[in-house]
Design a protein around this ligand. Structure first.
Ligand SMILES: Nc1ncnc2c1ncn2[C@@H]1O[C@H](COP(=O)(O)OP(=O)(O)OP(=O)(O)O)[C@@H](O)[C@H]1O
Ligand SMILES: [Mg+2]
Length: 156
């Protein structure tokens, strides 16, 4: 487990971008945190790092955004999920257990469906207005990534 505090939305995005540049086919990133914790900012950075170019839109009103970056990217926000059936209807298995990159906001709500290997990122409010504490917990597949993250600097 590894913890990092960011001091601005921009820093969270830079961290996300760094991650996105390093994600690989089949990666699963589970984002967990309260309203306004920074999941979408972090996701935005990750998408940028994956080479996704986007045009507007808020991920709050549907469950899934699909993108083609340097890899296929599936960005989920399951906040409004009412029942797991909705994910079944979308054929989530093809996505979750496929070769694209999954990025899941409110992932704790579908924890039973995560693949065996995942990178979990918990986001919580820090003491300062613009501080967020990110806690990383990855399975074996992510060990090297988290080691590298430990040495990375996102302050500017
Ligand atoms: N260090 C920080 N990192 C990220 N966001 C921050 C930070 N400091 C302040 N913020 C603010 O916190 C809010 C984070 O919003 P964001 O949409 O990313 O959160 P979220 O976790 O996706 O929330 P929701 O679950 O409501 O979609 C933004 O208003 C952002 O400006
Ligand atoms: Mg969000």
């Amino acid at each position: 487990m590894y913890t990092r505090t960011t001091h601005s939305p921009a820093e969270t995005r830079r961290l996300g971008r760094w991650l996105g540049e390093r994600l690989q086919a089949g990666d699963f990133v589970a984002l967990v945190g309260d309203l306004g914790a920074g999941k979408t900012h972090l996701s935005g950075g990750i998408l940028t790092g994956l080479g996704v170019e986007r045009t507007g839109g808020s991920p709050t009103f549907t469950l899934l955004w699909e993108y083609e970056g340097r890899l296929p990217v599936y960005h989920w926000d399951v906040y409004r999920l009412h029942s797991p059936d909705e994910l079944d209807d979308l054929g989530y298995e093809e996505y979750f257990y496929g070769d694209g990159v999954n990025l899941v906001e409110w992932a704790d709500r579908v924890a039973a469906l995560w693949p065996e290997e995942y990178l979990r990122i918990d986001l919580t409010y820090g003491p300062g207005e613009e501080e967020r504490v990110l806690t990383f917990a990855g399975t074996e597949r992510y060990a090297k990534l988290l080691e590298d993250l430990n040495d990375a600097d996102f302050s500017a």
